[in-house]
Design a protein around this ligand. Sequence first.
Ligand code: 9D3
Length: 225
Amino acid sequence: MRIDVLTLFPEMFQSPLGCSILKRARDNGLIDVVLTNIRDFAADNYKRVDDKPYGGGPGMVMMPGPVFDCFEYVEKLGTEKGRVILLTPQGQKFNQAKAAELSKEGRLILIAGRYEGFDERIRIGLGAEQISIGDYVLSGGELAAMVVVDAVVRLLAGVLGDEDSAKDDSFSEGLLEYPQYTRPSSFRNMKVPEILLSGDHGKIAEWRRRQALERTKKCRPDLLG
Ligand code: 9D3
């Protein structure tokens, strides 16, 4: 999968992309992530990419020119058209089903904004869909873009080892994870449940299903519908 990210802060992506699963996916050639700085496409000597909103109001708006020019440059770097996604607070709420859907694509073009938002002609002109990662206010779209990249990439075939296969994920089952324990079997007088030490895999599976259900009922009843 090819993932292009258009952003004013490409440096913000370096750490997450350089660690753990995302690093391995890149090293193994399973994904090609290309960061492009929208500011490089500013038209004036001040490198302006934002301006005051028509009609007045607080804050600044991302100008269409630099984003369009950046997009048209980036689009030509790849062979495929790809899904164009603006990260915005008013987008569709991102979830595991959306991650699974995006993981089927050959190319994603993510556009992260700053300031109060994008000039509306950017969304319309680029035929972009909008994604939000939740109902809280971030400083910009970069962290949201990284969340999308992380959730999507770990679903790609060959990215995860057998030991942490994506089909085991609690959300793909619609339930929360069961409680996990590792050694020691007693820690500060708190004991690992007997059943997990029993070696009875049928009983253990049954216990885990029950725990997952109880937990979901208690912590996230909304998931049970
Ligand atoms: C005054 C209205 N604000 C909208 C709630 C303005 C505003 C705040 C924060 C506009 C943009 C932003 C920056 N946020 C994002 O770019 C963003 C975001 C988010 O804030 N929450 C959840 N998902 C996302 S995706 C992009």
